[in-house]
Design a protein around this ligand. Structure first.
Ligand code: IMP
Length: 183
């Protein structure tokens, strides 16, 4: 298992606040175009990590939006996915025949994305499900799944900030940073 130097003093900026802002505008346009014009979009914010991303993304939409929140955990206090998903709160309204947008912070192993996409299709029978993530860590993939849309690709780094945490901290950073590998 990779050991990261998680001292905040050594945190390096990967995507600045401005880069994220510009990317979100571009991403929101592409996402919205994938839904029928003027139809409601049910945005599912996957807590806690996508809180910042989701809140900023929806500001760019012009279709009517309803926001729902679900909570899943796979990391605990580690820097590697535990492969053991905990569905903490999956309470949702009736989404049958609705346009659904699932918003995740990062796709890493892809297990959360696989679980959620299957869950929505099988249990909720929506009209359409689109999955977006701000970050795509392709190198860590275990489940065969790709997001419909994503902002940035990241290589094998543990990233924090803009909603993403390490042991519950750093979610409030306005940028995305990474911890270097311990030498
Ligand atoms: P997956 O199921 O392995 O794709 O993991 C998804 C979840 O793991 C994400 O929603 C994040 O909360 C967390 N995660 C994955 N990579 C990182 C990272 O580099 N930093 C912080 N959290 C991460």
């Amino acid at each position: 298992m990779t050991d990261y130097d998680t001292n905040i003093k050594n945190l390096k900026v990967l995507f600045s606040e401005n880069e994220i802002k510009n990317k979100l505008k571009e991403l929101a346009e592409k996402i919205e175009k994938s839904f029928p014009q003027n139809e409601d979009i049910y945005v599912i914010c996957v807590l806690k990590g996508s809180v910042m991303f989701c809140a900023d993304l929806v500001k760019h939409f012009s279709n009517p939006v309803q926001m729902e929140f679900i909570r899943i955990s796979s990391y605990g206090n580690e820097t590697k996915s535990s492969n053991n998903l905990q569905a903490i709160d999956l309470t949702l309204p009736n989404l049958e025949d609705k346009n659904v947008l699932i918003v995740e912070d990062i796709i890493d192993t892809g297990l959360t994305a696989r679980f959620l996409t299957d869950l929505f299709k099988i249990k909720h029978h929506p009209k359409k499900v689109v999955f977006t993530a701000l970050l795509n860590k392709k190198c860590a993939r275990q489940a065969e799944i790709e997001p419909d849309f994503y902002g940035f690709e990241v290589d094998d780094k543990f990233v924090v900030g803009y909603g993403l945490d390490y042991k519950g901290y750093y979610r409030n950073l306005p940028y995305i940073g990474y911890f270097p590998i311990q030498s």
